[in-house]
Design a protein around this ligand. Structure first.
Ligand SMILES: C[S@@+](CC[C@H](N)C(=O)[O-])C[C@H]1O[C@@H](n2cnc3c(N)ncnc32)[C@H](O)[C@@H]1O
Length: 246
């Protein structure tokens, strides 16, 4: 963990205790900071995630890396039963205060506290990038999803237009940390955010990893020109996947 007078941030090897502590530090102002730094786009990205999941009333959906429950609350608009899980107790406590009606549990994406095939759909918004073993997390998401169930990963990605990509990367690396200093309770976390987005696989590379983890019919859709991508997949039928103990 690196510490500065402004706060603390995880390193790019994403040790779970560092990631959890970093999110504990941003929890209080997380929802507001998100909306400011994304120019309000986060709301439409969450609505698109809900739509891509095709949820029906009465279905069970798990939101992994739910944080303060802002993404989980959006899923519940569909009439599905939406439950969130997160590693950071600070984020969960802030979520309990802000949205007491949203069910939120402590849980690690790599060892989810649910039986095999418990959910009709699973989703993870802006959190897969923070898990230190992406492939194991995608397999663990498949384990808790019923055969034929759906996955949507909502994550920052690579803008498709080269000129826009240059402007966006400059915003990420130069302006975003400066703006974060004025709104966030832990601005250093937003330097990590910029670095982790830059190091993240592009749309095609992530699709390959989703498919390799037990998801079929993998496809993606770009939002805001590829600033964010929604990757979707269907849990392949076949023998249940065991928990990954490697
Ligand atoms: C950027 S926040 C996203 C929160 C919410 N999904 C949203 O859309 O605003 C990322 C969240 O992922 C959580 N996280 C990181 N690694 C995790 C893991 N291994 N298991 C569960 N949650 C994790 C963090 O604690 C943090 O709350």
């Amino acid at each position: 963990m690196s510490r500065t007078p402004q706060g603390q941030r995880a390193s790019l090897d994403k040790q779970p205790h560092e990631v959890a502590a970093m999110f504990d530090g941003v929890a209080e102002r997380y929802d507001l900071t998100n909306t400011v730094l994304s120019f309000g786009q986060d709301r439409s990205w969450r609505r698109s995630t809900r739509a891509a999941l095709g949820l029906r009333p009465g279905e069970r959906v798990l939101d992994v890396g739910a944080g303060t429950g802002v993404s989980t609350q959006e899923l519940a608009q569909s009439g599905a039963y939406a439950v969130g899980a997160d590693l950071s107790l600070g984020m969960l406590h802030a979520g309990k205060r802000a949205r007491p009606q949203v069910p939120l549990l402590a849980g690690d994406a790599l060892r989810l506290p649910f039986a095999d095939a418990s959910f009709d759909a699973v989703t993870i918004s802006f959190a897969l990038r923070n898990v230190n073993d992406t492939d194991a997390a995608l397999r663990e998401l498949a384990r808790v999803t019923r055969p034929g169930g759906r996955l949507v990963v909502c994550e920052f990605s690579t803008p498709v237009n080269p000129a826009f990509r240059t402007v966006y990367l400059s915003y990420l690396m130069r302006s975003l940390p400066v703006v974060a200093r004025t709104v966030s309770s832990n601005p250093d976390a937003y330097v990590y955010l910029a670095e982790s987005i830059r190091a993240w696989p592009d749309q095609a590379a992530l699709a390959g990893r989703v498919a390799a983890a037990g998801w079929g019919r993998v496809a993606w859709r770009n939002l805001t020109g590829g600033v964010v991508a929604l990757h979707r997949g269907i849990r392949e039928k076949g023998p249940p996947l065991g928990r990954d103990n490697s």
